[in-house]
Write a protein that binds this ligand. Structure first.
Ligand SMILES: *Cc1c(COP(=O)(O)O)cnc(C)c1O
Length: 405
């Protein structure tokens, strides 16, 4: 009998029981994508249409992205073989970093294993570089940014109300003028689909002598003339200190990065544990990501199709009286408002209509904000949208239907 183990096992069982009782137990649906039929997936022996993919442009199945990965796999083998520090850096990684720096008009970029690691590693490295850093974090920031700013000795964290510039200003004014400061926020917020007032936040950063760190994960590839995100679209990239992005969503592959001034990138490269002590991304992945970034940069029409799809889906939901949050982006949240109801809606969509949409519950969103988060990629046909609307009308609780259609 081991006392710690039995206490821990009790703790696990009780915690899991609580999750189940509250309808928050996470089930990972088995969904197998069929590359040439996207957004049709195989689920338990049948076809389902997926509305919850973050591969917003379908680049993960693009023939040039697949071919680049296949060639690199054959030419260079499966794994990177070690950390960049010990086993060397593939020229593919250097080329990808150059491409990403250019995408954001920055001097340099640094590749990480994922967007999560990029945020955690870059933010924690910055905040521990000067004594007495104050970080100002939007209340809806992603878990990966929070992971980079919590529990650091000597670092004070201030949380400003979501997109609330006046609250941010008050917090900035409350700390000593000469203290080092970092403002960390997102451009497109992943659960609501709303957009940050980037220019106003940059104005405050200048007034109070703060640096800025912008997570553009849900915007890179999707907004701006060349897919540089909201900061490119609004002509603000040059005012930001760091831009962070992912290769997993709009670019459809995997990996994360930060782009910034050369010495900032070099400093993070030289100090970030999450970069130095982990194996580099494999050549095939990097080659696919590079092919994707190069393609997406030049394909404004694809970006245009994503925007048109979002407008069409929103219009169809509105016409059917389906309540949705007022998103300004391609992310279309449909509010259900209660964890068990939200899961029941998703279950029925799948069982009765062969439609997959992930229920988003607490703690990803606040209690009462439970929702389905939908995105129509350029590959979702209009008939699929119409079928989705019919299905939602039939399975959503009455309260989620604002009007009779
Ligand atoms: C998904 C996400 C990340 C993490 O990116 P990955 O590449 O998936 O690790 C970071 N920030 C935000 C806002 C995200 O939604």
């Amino acid at each position: 009998m081991n006392a710690t183990r039995s206490r821990f096992l009790d703790h696990c069982r009780q915690g899991l029981d609580t999750l189940r009782a509250e309808g928050r137990y996470r089930e990972f649906a088995r969904l197998e994508r069929e590359a040439d039929r996207f957004p049709v997936y195989r689920h338990e022996g049948r076809d389902v249409i997926v509305w919850s993919s973050n591969d917003y442009l379908g680049m993960g199945r693009h023939p040039s992205v697949i071919a680049a990965g296949q060639e690199a796999l054959a030419a260079h083998g499966a794994g990177a073989g070690g950390t960049r520090n010990i086993s060397g850096t593939s020229p593919l990684i250097a080329a990808l970093e150059e491409e990403l720096a250019t995408l954001h008009g920055m001097e340099a970029a640094l590749l990480f294993g994922s967007g999560y690691v990029a945020n955690q590693a870059a933010i924690s490295t910055i905040l521990t570089s000067l004594p007495g850093f104050h970080v100002f974090s939007d209340a809806k920031n992603h878990a990966s940014m929070i992971a980079g700013m919590r529990g650091l000795p000597g670092v004070t964290r201030h949380i400003f109300r979501h997109n609330d510039v006046a609250h941010l200003e008050a917090l900035l004014a409350s700390v000593p003028a000469d203290a080092p400061k970092l403002i960390a926020f997102e451009s497109v917020y992943s659960m609501d689909g709303d957009v940050a007032p980037i220019g106003a936040i940059c104005d405050l950063a200048e007034r109070f002598g703060a640096m800025t760190y912008l997570d553009e994960v849900h915007a890179v590839g999707l907004y701006g003339e060349t897919g540089g995100g909201i900061s490119e679209r609004d002509g603000l990239a040059h005012r930001l200190d760091l831009i962070e992005g992912t290769l997993a969503k709009g670019f459809g592959v995997v990996g994360g990065y930060v782009a910034a001034r050369a010495e900032v990138v070099d400093h993070i490269r030289s100090n970030a544990s999450g970069l130095i002590f982990t194996t580099a991304l494999p050549p095939a992945t990097v080659a696919s990501a590079l092919a994707s970034v190069r393609h997406v940069k030049g394909d404004g029409a694809l970006r245009g199709r994503l925007a048109a799809q979002a407008r069409l889906l929103k219009a169809k939901l509105d016409a059917a009286g389906i309540a949705r949050l007022p998103s300004e982006s391609h992310i279309v949240p449909v509010l259900v408002g209660e964890a068990e109801a939200c899961r029941a809606v998703a279950r029925r969509l799948l069982a009765e209509f062969a439609i997959y949409a992930t229920p988003i519950n607490y703690p990803t969103v606040p209690r009462g904000g439970e929702r389905l988060r939908l995105c129509a990629t350029p590959f979702h046909a209009e008939a699929m949208m119409d079928a989705l609307v019919v299905a939602l009308r039939s399975v959503l609780p009455r309260a989620a239907l604002s009007r009779a259609a």
